[in-house]
Design a protein around this ligand. Structure first.
Ligand code: TEU
Ligand code: CA
Length: 605
């Protein structure tokens, strides 16, 4: 078992606060049998690379048996590995190899819904009064066209008619992804058993897919009716705790958060955790789209015994227009800084933030918030410094560590992802948007951007399920290993993670936003005997160090620069960082990390 950080008193608890997690999208990570799809042996082969990067855990996207309608997020057997990825024996070997390298393993459990090809659903459809009849959410046809007016994440209604059963069933995503009925105790027991099946094989935790949607508002009222209930302050059915009134939620007026009964959801997740084997050793990370900060804190406060971390989305929505993801607008430093402050404030104390810039559902961060042209390396390293030195656990998405960028989508036929493709067709066919304009809107944030194959070297791999980004010939791991350290995104990530390992202030220190005025964001991390200030120029122009930073450092003679991304543009070379003047102007996309060892502060024993 990997050694736990020395400052942990209890042998295995909260290891996840001290070690970065690497998010693997298995389908696109490393293909060892030339079938064009990444596989488990490919992950095993790259574990040493991940160990050298400095990560302490991997989160693998779903590799369970699946018809692959939503690339594995539609599971038909939770206890077996899909043959396109490998076998159970491969998974056992992966877990053992990872543990030998000091890397823990998290799996991605999709428990809000299953595949419509899971035998539970087939039986539920066939035999409504059988043992699986109540495993899903079924409703009779009524006078109204559909049981309610909820909208799917993947465009269109959330109800599909089953000719076999003669009823509608609910699916917040694709019709091939029927929502499981968490109000059924048998379902909750079955899902805890599946988690224990994997925990007994040595898995160290789970990322739980859209886990905040598992408890729907009772009666499944329309969005407007839910808003009325909440306006009237009526207690929404509590489930977990008597008489609790649903706390006003940022999006409770409309959209997906209106479908959720949060109090019951928290109650179900506390029960889920109580049922887990090794529950003190593992980590539970919930993916929670549209979750308010209030409920994020409720879910992750350690005393509540539900989840350890949540994946919030607000920092990846500052470029969403009024119509959301498919209505991209310019983002601002002020909006991003405000979200950082809100998230860090909400999850201070006994909660713990996750820090992530992208994943398989998001565009590449260097194309989204950076400058993937002239300042691609500089902006990729600046953004990594900005996100990963905050309070919380860094979750690094495969390829971001070498500055991978969006795919050059020039034709709608290159959009393979179900959500992005549905959004494009809805814009053109339902809203009458010109195809070229629809492509412009969708291409920027299409999920395909984050799903292109990992770029290990410059050689062509024509068999890949999705084409490699053409820029892989220049932007790849092998090339980054050859570059001078200060011109390599990969080298910067290694240094960044090493810095976190070295300084307690970065691992466990407090967070305070210092400034968020365009073009800079600056924050301070404090622990017992050290203060670390991070200031980032989020623009392609040189800029002055914010006055608030200069003022706070002017009197201190102990301050030194411990990291700067400017050195990769002829500025401060790594070995003479100390000589760089603290208050010199910030180069385009420079992130500067300043350390103050305050001898006056005694180390807390
Ligand atoms: O994603 C949840 C989800 O809502 C995403 O679809 C994301 O919020 C959306 O793309 C924003 O527009 C999880 C998985 O990460 C995703 O890959 C699955 O498609 C989805 O759940 C259904 O399982
Ligand atoms: Ca393969």
């Amino acid at each position: 078992m990997p050694n736990t950080p020395s400052n942990d008193t209890s042998a295995a608890s909260s290891w996840w606060k001290d070690t970065p997690i690497y998010h693997i999208y298995p389908r696109s990570f490393h293909d060892t049998n030339e079938d064009g799809i990444g596989d488990l042996p490919g992950i095993i082969e790259k574990l040493p690379y991940l160990a050298e990067l400095g990560i302490g855990a991997i989160w693998m996207g779903p590799v369970f048996r699946s018809p692959q309608v939503d690339n594995g997020y539609d599971i038909s057997d939770y206890r077996d590995i899909d043959p396109i990825f490998g076998t159970l024996a491969d998974m056992d070997r992966l877990i053992a190899t990872a543990h030998r390298l000091g890397i823990r393993v998290l799996l991605d459990l999709v428990f809000n819904h299953s595949s419509n090809r899971h035998w539970w659903f087939v039986e539920s459809e066939r035999d409504p009064s059988g043992p699986y009849g109540d495993y899903y959410i079924w409703r009779d046809a009524q006078a109204a066209p559909l049981p309610n007016n909820w909208r799917s994440f993947f465009t269109g209604p959330t109800w599909t008619w089953s000719e076999v059963r003669g009823q509608y069933y609910l699916h917040l995503f694709a019709p091939e992804q029927p929502d499981l009925n968490w109000d059924n105790p048998a379902v909750r027991e079955e899902l805890a058993d599946i988690a224990n099946f994997w925990l007994d094989r040595g898995v160290d935790g789970f990322r739980l897919d859209v886990i905040n949607f598992i408890a729907k508002v009772e009666g499944l009222p329309s969005v407007e009716e839910v808003a009325e209930h909440r306006d009237a302050g009526e207690a929404v059915s509590s489930g977990g705790r008597e008489g609790s009134t649903e706390k006003p939620d940022r999006l409770s007026r409309s959209g997906p958060a209106a479908y959720i009964d949060h109090a019951r959801m928290v109650g179900y997740l506390r029960e889920f955790r109580r049922r887990l084997h090794r529950r003190e050793e593992i980590v539970l990370v919930g993916e929670t789209p549209h979750l308010s900060y209030e409920w994020a804190r409720e879910l992750t406060a350690s005393e509540n015994g539900a989840l350890d971390m949540v994946l919030l989305f607000d920092h990846l929505e500052v470029d969403h227009g009024s119509r959301g993801r498919w209505d991209p607008v310019p983002w601002t430093t002020e909006r991003l800084a405000r979200v950082f402050r809100e998230q860090q404030t909400a999850l201070a104390g006994s909660s713990w933030p996750s820090l992530y810039m992208g994943n398989h559902d998001q565009p590449r961060i260097v194309s989204r918030y950076g400058d993937d042209g002239e300042f691609r390396c500089a902006s990729a390293t600046a953004l990594a410094t900005l996100f990963y030195l905050q309070r919380g656990t860094p979750i690094i998405y495969q390829g971001d560590e070498i500055g991978m960028a969006n795919y050059p989508l020039e034709d709608a036929t290159q959009i393979v992802d179900i959500e992005s493709g549905n959004a494009y067709r809805a814009l053109v066919e339902t809203e009458g948007v010109e195809p070229a304009e629809a492509l412009r809107r969708v291409a920027r944030n299409a999920r395909d951007n984050g799903r292109t194959p990992m770029q290990w070297d410059g050689t062509p791999h024509p068999s890949w399920w999705y084409p490699l980004n053409p820029d892989h010939r220049e932007w790849n791991v092998a090339a980054q290993e050859q570059l001078p350290e200060h011109q390599s995104v990969l080298a910067h990530y290694r240094r960044l993670l090493a810095l976190r390992a070295e300084y307690e202030a970065l691992r466990r220190g407090s967070f305070q936003l210092v400034t968020g005025d365009t073009p800079c964001i600056a924050f301070r991390r404090r622990a017992s005997t050290e203060t670390i200030t991070v200031v980032v120029n989020l623009s392609s122009q040189e800029t002055a160090v914010p006055p608030a930073i200069i003022k706070s450092l002017a009197k201190d003679r102990t301050v030194q620069i411990v990291l700067s991304t400017a050195y990769n543009r002829g500025g401060h070379a790594p070995d003479n960082l100390g000589s760089a003047t603290i208050t010199a102007s910030l180069a385009p996309w420079e992130a500067r990390v300043l350390l103050q060892k305050d001898p006056a502060l005694t180390r807390i024993a």
